[in-house]
Write a protein that binds this ligand. Structure first.
Ligand code: MTE
Ligand code: MO
Length: 330
């Protein structure tokens, strides 16, 4: 059956990682070569905005992308470890729409990120379609350094810029009947070769409860390292739930639906025995095929203990006290 197909992020981390790094190195070398050979016009179009440095090919974004307004770092969220190197953060990615290995960043950079709108609809008082720059202006942005724990047992420490999900939801006014929030990633076949892999249940759907959405940690990044969020990291607009495994954090979101039906997510549809709705980080509950006790920090390769709720229990444990019969950890 198709679910036995080997998927990059399902390979136990010990096997997946060396492969991914080799791919990355090759991709970087190829990018360096291409930049030198490209005609001036094409190059200008793709050179990155704020730091126009051809030696940093992994940070290329369309030159006309507006800079983000200045954002203050919110010191309430202390990561307790160093930031991952920017270069690793933007070149080691999971984004299956662009391909099933970690080295898809160059392919993803072809995705147009402006104009970009997000529909927010379903069980709300005031459904709407919002331009991403409009939201940035209306809601305002801050920086938060969050830990990111992938279910594959690697981790990063990421300075996101964005706003709380709850602030977006208050613009549309959730109805009392809304119990869940569903996030849909844009599908753009012209630039997403992964969509041709028709055995995947596109679009990428993720979801959470309305209580989880209202939690202060649920965040909608529009930036990374103070710059506009690059497509490979889910630009221009994604969601992050830092206490859950990374696959819950849907990228390049174009539609958000408030609903009374529990969303069936992309990975849950593919393999519900391994990837469930809740997917809260827990070092004591192994993945069926590997341990979750420790995680490898991308960049340093240091292995550190994994923490319950990825270390965010003070903020979120209360969400789950009445849900003991649910499969909260996978
Ligand atoms: N649309 C979409 N969102 C996605 C994914 C994906 O393949 N498609 N991968 C997820 C996984 S498995 C992880 S670990 C994170 C990785 O985010 P990063 O590349 O910014 O580190 O994005 C998540 N969001
Ligand atoms: Mo992941």
């Amino acid at each position: 059956m198709r679910i036995h197909r080997r998927r990059g992020w399902e390979i136990p981390e010990s096997q997946a990682t060396p492969e991914a790094f080799v791919l990355n190195r090759r991709a970087l070398m190829a990018a360096g070569g291409a930049a030198m050979l490209a005609p001036a016009g094409a190059q200008a179009q793709w050179l990155f905005g704020p730091r126009r440095d051809a030696a940093d090919p992994w940070t290329r974004l369309p030159a006309d992308l507006p800079d983000l307004p200045a954002a203050t770092r919110n010191m309430r969220y202390v990561p307790g470890r160093d930031l991952s190197p920017e270069r690793d953060t933007v070149t080691f990615n999971n984004f299956y729409e662009f391909g099933s290995d970690k080295g898809i960043w160059q392919t993803a950079l072809r995705m147009p990120v402006r104009p970009w709108t997000i529909k927010v609809e379903g069980m709300v008082e005031r459904p709407g379609e919002f331009g991403v720059d409009d939201l940035i202006r209306r809601i305002g942005i801050e920086e938060r350094v969050y830990r990111l724990r992938c279910v594959e047992a690697w981790a990063m420490t990421v300075p996101w810029t964005g706003f709380e999900l709850s602030k977006l939801l208050s613009l549309v006014g959730p109805l009392a009947s809304a119990k869940y929030v569903r996030f849909e990633t844009a599908t753009i076949p012209a630039v997403m070769p992964g969509l041709r892999q028709s055995w995947y249940p596109w679009p990428h759907i993720e979801g959470c409860t309305i209580e989880e959405a209202a939690n202060e940690l649920s965040f909608m990044p529009v930036g990374l390292f103070g710059r506009p969020l690059p497509p490979q990291n889910g630009g221009p607009f994604r969601v992050v739930f830092p206490w859950k495994y990374g696959f819950k954090s849907g990228k390049s979101v174009s539609r958000i639906v408030l609903t009374d039906q529990r969303p069936k997510s992309f990975w849950e549809t593919l393999q519900s025995s391994e990837y469930g709705f809740w997917a809260n980080v827990n070092p004591e509950v192994p993945h069926p095929r590997w341990s979750q006790a420790t995680e490898r920090l991308i960049g340093s390769n240091e292995r550190v203990p994994t923490r319950l709720f990825n270390g965010y229990g003070d903020f979120v444990a209360g969400l789950y006290t009445n849900l003991r019969n649910e499969r909260l950890w996978a």
